[in-house]
Design a protein around this ligand. Sequence first.
Ligand SMILES: Nc1nc2c(ncn2[C@@H]2O[C@H](COP(=O)(O)OP(=O)(O)OP(=O)(O)O)[C@@H](O)[C@H]2O)c(=O)[nH]1
Ligand SMILES: [Mg+2]
Length: 411
Amino acid sequence: MRLPGDALDAAEEFEALGDSAGAEVVGRFRHRRDTPDPRTFIGRGKVAELAEQVRDLEAGLVLVDQPLSAAQERNLEADLGCRVLDRTGLILDIFAQRARTFEGRLQVELAQLKHVASRLVRGWSHLERQRGGIGLRGPGEKQLEMDRRLISGRIKQIERRLVKVRRTREQGRKARRKRDLPVVSLVGYTNAGKSTLFNELTGSDRQVEDRLFATLDPSWRRVELEPGAAAVLSDTVGFISRLPHDLVAAFRSTLEEVTDADLLLHVIDAGAEEREHQIEQVESVLAELGAQDVPALRVYNKVDTCCLGAGRIEDDSGQVTGVRVSAATGDGVAELLPAIGERLGPERVRRRVHLRPEQGRLRSQLFRSGRVIEERCSEAGRLELEVELPVHELERLHVREGLPREEVAPA
Ligand SMILES: Nc1nc2c(ncn2[C@@H]2O[C@H](COP(=O)(O)OP(=O)(O)OP(=O)(O)O)[C@@H](O)[C@H]2O)c(=O)[nH]1
Ligand SMILES: [Mg+2]
């Protein structure tokens, strides 16, 4: 079912979502109307037509690419005699199947519960025989019949657990930061090739699939950019048009790591018909997360599938804005690495510096050439500064300004 304004191949993408959830698509039903019918969304006449198709094809599930109210879903189920799931329910099901980490599972369960709670408690009795299928899986399944009070109790419990799990993850993030390495995050539309590129760049073996939302849980690896320069690369969940709001909210804290990155690699499927639409969608999710100002480098991937050649793309001033690659064949990847280095700017290090009171000039130089994270005064009247600054600046302070090497230690 499509509404005016939807992207052209939104229907194909929706089928791919069904496929990702493990459904076998046996038929399609398209219907265009300007205003949804309050009772069944598609209206009485169309319900009769659809019911006939469901019977003929012996379909056990109808997926609807629009948000249905709980009542509409229930009415459709009663009229069609099979389960009905809307887009949000379908995406939540895929996430429930894919989540592997404890935090990922908690986040999915939270999103499922919030989705249920926001849509009233529904009666499942007329479908009792068919339970366990798409949309009924995952940690949220057993909660579906509980009343609101129980659901909200469980929501609170999960939120408390998430706070604890996130604290642990936060420590991991701090540890990565401490290593002085810049963090580069892969972002992009689902199926753009992020994990393939991650594997190609880091020599790892992450799961790659021609499925939507193959990756759910984040992972990190060190990557050598040039001799002597490295970064931490992270691979995460992909985005999609009309990402369910409950899901964005539940995954907000995992996704927020992208706001903390030094550089985003926006991976784009260069051969996709809907390329521009996908770019817009990714940028709008990034803006929703508050990451619109993090520097980004566009990586046009899968150039082997279209007529574009691999190579770098520059603006008028010669600054690299994108690189065309094929993560599958490795074309262009050699040019991507230095481009990342260029966009990250000079390598920065974090140091603890001790100064005597009369070294005020060095102090102001440190403030000018780096970022002072902390400044403390010791009992002996000496200053202790924690600074982050480019390697070459630190070297200049040693050589030209007489900053003693023995007064500088890793932070
Ligand atoms: N032809 C071609 N296919 C590619 C290329 N890069 C990735 N693919 C294929 O695209 C599909 C998706 O790749 P993934 O790396 O799983 O994509 P992803 O962006 O991580 O997807 P999600 O984790 O689902 O968001 C797989 O079938 C890959 O083999 C490429 O450069 N060329
Ligand atoms: Mg992936």
